[in-house]
Design a protein around this ligand. Structure first.
Ligand SMILES: Cc1cc2nc3c(=O)[nH]c(=O)nc-3n(C[C@H](O)[C@H](O)[C@H](O)COP(=O)(O)O)c2cc1C
Length: 248
C-alpha cells in the first residue's frame, strides 16, 4: 500500500489543516496509507549555519529532524501545507527546509510526487508557491499540483485537477509525469557542482548513476530538454570552480 505523508506547517489546526484534511478525505477513497503530522509537535531547531551536514552528511543538532527526514524518505508521496505568512511560507516550514540542506547536494527524494497547499487571508499564494517550488526542486521531487485557498473559500471542494496528477503519478511510478525545464536546469547545476566541487557529492552522484545523466530518470525528458540539459552542463562544468571562503 502506498504511503502518503501530509505535513501541516501551521502552529494551528485551522485553515491549512482543514484543506489538508479535505485532501486526505479524497485520497482515502484510493486506499492509501495516510499519515498527517504537525511540524509544531516536533523539535526543529534553527540551522546553525555550520555546513557540517554538507561536508559530513549528518547534522550536529540533536532534535527531531533526522526522524522527520526518515519519514519523508519512507513515504511514496508528500503533501506540504503552509499558511501564508508575510507573503511566504511559515517560519517553521522554512526552518524545516533549511535543515534538509544536505539533500540539495545529495538528493534522496527524487521522483516523489508532491502537492503544495497554502492558505491565506488574501495575498501571497503565488509567491509562497514560487518560493516552495524553488526550494523543493532541489530535493528532486515532482511538484504535481498546488492547492491554494483563501479564508473565504477554505471549504471549496478539492478539484480533480488538484488531485489527479498526484494519483496518476503514484499509480504510474512517475512515468506519467513530464519533467519541467526548471527541473532539468536545476539538475545540471547540482550535477556540475557535484562533478567539480565536493568529493562526497561526486561519489554520491556516481553511485546513483546520475553524473552522466541529463535527469534522474532520463526517459521522462523530451528531446529539447536533453539537448538544453547537456549544453548547460557542459558550460557549467567548464566554468564552475571551487570558491575559497576567505573569512574562514
Ligand atoms: C504572522 C502572520 C502573517 C500573515 N501574513 C499574511 C499575508 O502576508 N497575507 C495574507 O493574505 N494573510 C496573511 N496571514 C493570514 C494567514 O495566511 C491565514 O489566516 C491562514 O489561512 C492561516 O492559516 P492557519 O489557520 O492554518 O494558521 C498571516 C497570518 C499571520 C499569523
Amino acid at each position: 500500500m502506498k504511503k502518503i505523508l501530509i505535513i501541516n506547517s501551521s502552529y494551528r489546526k485551522k485553515n491549512t489543516f482543514i484543506v489538508l484534511q479535505n485532501i486526505k478525505k479524497v485520497l482515502l477513497n484510493y486506499g492509501y496509507n495516510i499519515e498527517v503530522i504537525n511540524l509544531k509537535d516536533y523539535k526543529i531547531s534553527s540551522c546553525h549555519g555550520c555546513e557540517y551536514c554538507i561536508y559530513k552528511n549528518k547534522c550536529n543538532i540533536d532534535d527531531d529532524m533526522e526522524f522527520l527526514m526518515t519519514k519523508l524518505q519512507e513515504c511514496d508521496g508528500i503533501i506540504i501545507g503552509t499558511p501564508v505568512y508575510i507573503n511566504n511560507m511559515s517560519g517553521i516550514l522554512k526552518t524545516f527546509l533549511d535543515r534538509t540542506c544536505r539533500w540539495f547536494h545529495r538528493p534522496v527524494l527524487e521522483g516523489k510526487p508532491v502537492i503544495l497547499v497554502a492558505t491565506t487571508a488574501g495575498s501571497g499564494l503565488k509567491n509562497t508557491f514560487k518560493s516552495l517550488n524553488e526550494g523543493l526542486v532541489q530535493w528532486g521531487v515532482d511538484v504535481v499540483s498546488e492547492v491554494g485557498r483563501t479564508i473565504s473559500n477554505l471549504d471549496k471542494e478539492i478539484e480533480k485537477k488538484e488531485i489527479l496528477p498526484f494519483i496518476k503519478h503514484l499509480n504510474t511510478d512517475g512515468m506519467s509525469y513530464r519533467v519541467t525545464m526548471k527541473q532539468i536546469t536545476t539538475y545540471q547545476v547540482q550535477r556540475a557542482l557535484a562533478n567539480n566541487i565536493f568529493e562526497l557529492d561526486k561519489n554520491y552522484w556516481k553511485e546513483k548513476q546520475w553524473i552522466d545523466k541529463v535527469y534522474y530518470r532520463t526517459k521522462k525528458v523530451g528531446v529539447i530538454g536533453k539537448i538544453t540539459g547537456s549544453l548547460l552542463f557542459n558550460i557549467l562544468v567548464k566554468n564552475i570552480k571551487p570558491v575559497v571562503d576567505k573569512r574562514l
